[in-house]
Design a binder for this molecule. Sequence first.
Ligand SMILES: Nc1nc2c(c(=O)[nH]1)N[C@H]1C(S)=C(S)[C@@H](COP(=O)(O)OP(=O)(O)OC[C@H]3O[C@@H](n4cnc5c(=O)[nH]c(N)nc54)[C@H](O)[C@@H]3O)O[C@H]1N2
Ligand SMILES: Nc1nc2c(c(=O)[nH]1)N[C@H]1C(S)=C(S)[C@@H](COP(=O)(O)OP(=O)(O)OC[C@H]3O[C@@H](n4cnc5c(=O)[nH]c(N)nc54)[C@H](O)[C@@H]3O)O[C@H]1N2
Ligand code: SF4
Ligand SMILES: [Mo]
Length: 707
Amino acid sequence: MTQFVVKPGVKNLQHKGEKLITTHCCYCGMQCGMHIRVNEKTGNVVGVEPRYDWPVTKGKMCPKGVTAYQTIDHPERIKRPLIKKNGKFVESSWGEALDLIEKNFKRIQKEHGKDALSVFGGVSMTNEKCYLVGKYARVGLGTRYVDYNGRFCMSSAAGGFMKTLGLDRGSTLPWPELEHTDCFFMAGSNTAECHPTTIQWLWKARDKGAKMIVADPRETPTARIADVHLDLKAGTDSALANGMMHLLIQGGYVDEEYVNERCNNFEQLKESVKKFTPKYTSEITGVSVEKLIKAAQIFGKSPRSVVMFARGVEQQSKGVDNVCLYTSMALLRGQIGKFASGVATFTGQGNGQGGREHGQKADALPGYRKIDNPDHVEYVSKVWGIDPSEMPKAGVSAYEMFDEIQAGNIRAMHVICSNPAVSAPNNHYIWDGFNKLDFMVVSDFFLSETAEFADVILPATTWAEDEGTTTNLEGRVIRIRKVKDPIGESKPDWEIMNLIAERMGKDQYFGYENVDQIFQEFRIASKGGKADYFGITYERIEKEDGIFWPCPSEDHPGTPTMFKEKFETPDGKANLAVVDWQEPDETPSDDYPHTLTTGRVVFHYLSGTQTRRTDFLMEKCPEPYVEMHPDLASTYAIQDGDDVFLETKRGSMTVKSKITKAIRKDHVFIPYHWGKELSVNKLTNPALDPTSRMPEFKVCAVKLKKV
Ligand SMILES: Nc1nc2c(c(=O)[nH]1)N[C@H]1C(S)=C(S)[C@@H](COP(=O)(O)OP(=O)(O)OC[C@H]3O[C@@H](n4cnc5c(=O)[nH]c(N)nc54)[C@H](O)[C@@H]3O)O[C@H]1N2
Ligand SMILES: Nc1nc2c(c(=O)[nH]1)N[C@H]1C(S)=C(S)[C@@H](COP(=O)(O)OP(=O)(O)OC[C@H]3O[C@@H](n4cnc5c(=O)[nH]c(N)nc54)[C@H](O)[C@@H]3O)O[C@H]1N2
Ligand code: SF4
Ligand SMILES: [Mo]
């Protein structure tokens, strides 16, 4: 275990009788630096201290981060395997649980073929574990069906960056440079609540005169500090971005030299944005002409700008189009590949970046390799020691796995580190799918809503009970350190996958004894790929405050700024987006007259499994609510705090109203961190983006009434 050494000039945070273990927060992609306080005598976790010398977050943390340690020894931790008997979970030994899994997995594959098994992964795990999920599914179980919760999160950003820039690294610049940026164009990101420790950089920049433009249907805490708030209708981002580019071209704000040298499609783009006059753009988006012009002028005149976006623009059935268009705004201004400027998506989960690069995706292999590319398959097969012919073909995306369950093709599922019973769209379909499975295994440390459907629950460890690396939202690979031994009989996910693979007769390909062995294999598996981690070692991470991938060799410094000279497309040029605006899949109608959008609050994390078990956070925000404008509320005679019944084509729920002027009059918003009757995903639309297969969490048509 690494103990914290107080660096010169850094506050001494050491408490008497305790040791401090240096690590990062388990929740969002900021991966704030922290030290966990451990009682030296008992080995118990007793608290947390911020890490002031971590260059990305500088000692800042949010309410989730300062309470995250309370989940480690939480009384509701699952400490032994649980087997469902007569509808009730009873504790079992590992041997009994593994016997049951082996028997059922083998039986199901014998009766229905290899692909009858499936794996649903997640990216709150380290790179080592995420890498292993892909290998576990394809080699350990021999199935094509593996996908993960990042499909609901980062897939549209990844798809859009691949199309425009040829490579998906969430941020093209390191975070501390944001201090020197002149303009932030932020679309569909509630940074202040979802990546709170970024705000310090924006404030520092604003102290120097930087401007902020925020595009969001709600006046979020982020929009409130903006110079221009573009209060667009949900699902109209591609019109907004096209409209902005129209104005950039018209105003003479295009960096022509950069565009001519480094971008394709400029002539076609000029044609396609022609019709997006301020008037036309305003008609579609609902944003006033004045605001559009003001935003374009501020953005166009700023020497250094960063276009930033998040799930607001990505979780749409046209999410990839939106990403391509917003990225093109940065390209027109010649910003990508330079100091304190560029484009960035706010990666969501703790390891949302690393977890999407190394083969948990239905069509991907480690190092951002593709499963439909024979050379890639050959390389990875060699690393894994299998024959390329044994590599399963591409599977289907996370939501589409539930179509395969309905079709009788998928018969069993192992869910590792995700809670789709709450977080997947169109909940009723997901619950029905889980009920249809012959056999279901869940690895979790809490009894999540998904785990309740399982036949076997395997007790996993929290992030603090294991070693490894994650990749933060900048693309910086960092160290997660073991704070204490696993509670009860819980085991790290890699060990659990190991054990099951052994039972399936694949021990020769697994048999890892520690995390480092997996890391060493994973470095080689990523070598030569687009996301190349080969040059990264634990020692280097330690010494260099993390290392930015790509880092192809141990003497390579890593890549804080991307695309300095060329893009990663075949011809080295970025592809400007030539795409029209298209309506969302569902628009308001007489029957469902309003738009429902969903998202987050600062006090809860994702499906809420962890934060709903944290007293302080539950005191702050005990239940979901529906945000609505006073004008909308008054048409239904709804007062603040009244129960409101909401219904879409897929489901309904009742929640309390929260009346606020900080939302468009024609929209309502519900946070999604609660399960069962309080889950807004009973209502959401599973319409998928054609490229990324990302569901449209952010837009659907809803009706409502006072209860
Ligand atoms: N507190 C907290 N922080 C988190 C998380 C959490 O659960 N809680 N989760 C982490 C994860 S995994 C993720 S992915 C990120 C998500 O981070 P964000 O994407 O910032 O969070 P969201 O609340 O999902 O959505 C952001 C905003 O998009 C707006 N929006 C809705 N529809 C549209 C639209 O059509 N266009 C535009 N332009 N905006 C729209 C919403 O009003 C909302 O304010 O946060 C990470 N950080
Ligand atoms: N309506 C609506 N729905 C959404 C979104 C939205 O904006 N609106 N956002 C989507 C987004 S961006 C995301 S990222 C998804 C996330 O949705 P989920 O994948 O459901 O995310 P979590 O709630 O983090 O679920 C992780 C589960 O794994 C457990 N866990 C945590 N760490 C570990 C670990 O290391 N190992 C194991 N085995 N288990 C672990 C936790 O206890 C929890 O039960 O939700 C999506 N759903
Ligand atoms: S901002 Fe994100 S990483 Fe930092 S403390 Fe909050 S949840 Fe944790
Ligand atoms: Mo996410």
